[in-house]
Design a protein around this ligand. Structure first.
Ligand code: GLA
Length: 396
């Protein structure tokens, strides 16, 4: 993987190739890992993610003709549309737009809408992207491209929206321009990140507390174990899980599963089928686990949160059924090799698991997971550490 400086330079170089602009300013936004609180965000619940050091950078140059052009080091062909056309494209004609370009163009559209600004009053732009956030690993490469675009365009267009509003712009782009029915967690994590801290977010009020993690001081590291199993949240399982949660909340007559206690779950038993009951039980118990994690972290430090991380994985594996054999293998092997805690992270159906490990056992855990994959006949995983890092903004 490249360093952040290389990636910013790559974005600038691409902008020079595409638009001739030299020394353009760059903005960037990070991917994230979620420490705990999975599939709770769209249930108005709690999450506890942090921004990581892998970022998407965008270089920007203005142009005088009312067009927006986006280019990426991942795709040879830039995509260009008139700013005035965005309202026609999204959401109705989004399928006509190259898939990756729906993210930045969707952000431009959602940003103008959120600010109530007419496209004819803002300058045209060329945007060039480069990223070192692994794609399809469950580390929110999508929130990273959304956050970089939103901060770059808001500043360039003089749109004064705060970070929470910019996170909502990213979610709108993802929901309506891309068509993935995801929640607000990833965008908030990418916007609000801070070094050595995680964001404890109430997804109903959007109140956020940035809480120190103290991993390094406790001699701990966080390993990401990317299984290489690709997933997409625009299709299939993610939307089905969300629908099951909405069914369960409706059966109980509450706005969201956030409003359901463990006692209410008994009542739910006679109202919905067994699968829907288990989906709801995951969300209700996961909300409690987020609260327990934050409390334990404050009272006893990060070395004490291992059990609750493991309980979260078991709930996702057995009740929510979003794990895959590769994720279970990574978690089991990491724990057997002495990890403090481990769980899959992100939306599931592939992507990555995380393991909290003592610094002196990181290598042993890495080796153990790699050999468990080889024994099971799985492709080799990509295992690396991540560090809680700052959120989106203009690069220095
Ligand atoms: C994906 C979505 C998030 C969240 C997680 C699961 O990352 O983008 O909104 O729902 O899955 O916790």
């Amino acid at each position: 993987m490249t360093t952040p400086i290389d990636t910013a330079t790559a974005a600038r170089t691409l902008l020079t190739e595409v638009a001739g602009a030299v020394d353009a300013p760059t903005w960037s936004a990070p991917g994230r890992v979620n420490l705990i609180g999975e599939h709770t965000d769209y249930n108005d619940g709690f999450v506890f993610p942090f921004a990581i050091e892998y970022r998407t950078h965008v270089a920007l140059a203005t142009r005088g003709d009312g067009m927006i052009r986006v280019a990426s080091t991942f795709d040879e062909t830039p995509v260009e549309v008139a700013l005035s056309e965005l309202d026609d494209l999204f959401p109705a004609r989004r399928d006509e737009v190259t898939e990756w370009a729906r993210y930045p163009l969707g952000v431009a559209w959602a940003l103008l809408q959120a600010a109530g600004v007419d496209a004819s009053t803002v300058t045209g732009v060329d945007l060039a992207f480069a990223s070192d956030v692994p794609v399809g690993a469950g580390l929110s490469s999508s929130a990273a491209i959304e956050g970089a675009t939103a901060t770059a365009l808001a500043e360039t267009w003089g749109i004064d929206l705060d970070r929470v509003e910019l996170a909502k712009v990213g979610r709108r782009a993802e929901n309506d321009a891309v068509g993935a029915p995801t929640g607000i967690m990833d965008q908030m994590a990418s916007m609000l990140g801070r070094a050595d801290a995680a964001t404890f977010l109430d997804c109903r009020s959007l109140d956020a507390q940035v809480i120190d993690l103290g991993f390094a001081a406790a001699g701990l590291e966080l390993l990401v174990m990317d299984t290489g199993v690709k997933h997409s949240h625009a299709t299939g399982g993610y939307g089905e899980r969300r629908a099951a949660c909405e069914r369960a909340a409706a059966a109980l007559g509450v706005p969201a599963l956030r409003d359901v206690s463990t006692e209410d779950l008994e009542r739910l038993e006679s109202l919905v089928d067994e699968v829907t009951l288990r989906r709801a039980r995951h969300v209700v118990t996961e909300n409690q686990r987020v609260l327990d994690t934050v409390r334990t972290l404050r009272e006893a430090g990060p070395a004490a949160i291992g059990d609750v991380l493991v309980a979260s994985h078991v709930s996702m594996r057995d009740d929510f059924e979003i794990s895959v054999p590769e994720l279970d293998t990574a978690v089991d092997a990491a724990l057997a090799a002495g990890a403090v805690g481990a769980r899959m992270t992100g939306g599931g159906f592939g992507g990555a698991a995380i393991a909290l490990v003592s610094s002196d056992s990181a290598e042993k855990v890495t080796d153990a997971v790699a050999s468990a994959f080889s024994d099971a006949g799985f492709a080799a995983p990509n295992i690396f550490t991540v560090t809680p890092s700052p959120g989106a903004g203009r690069d220095a």
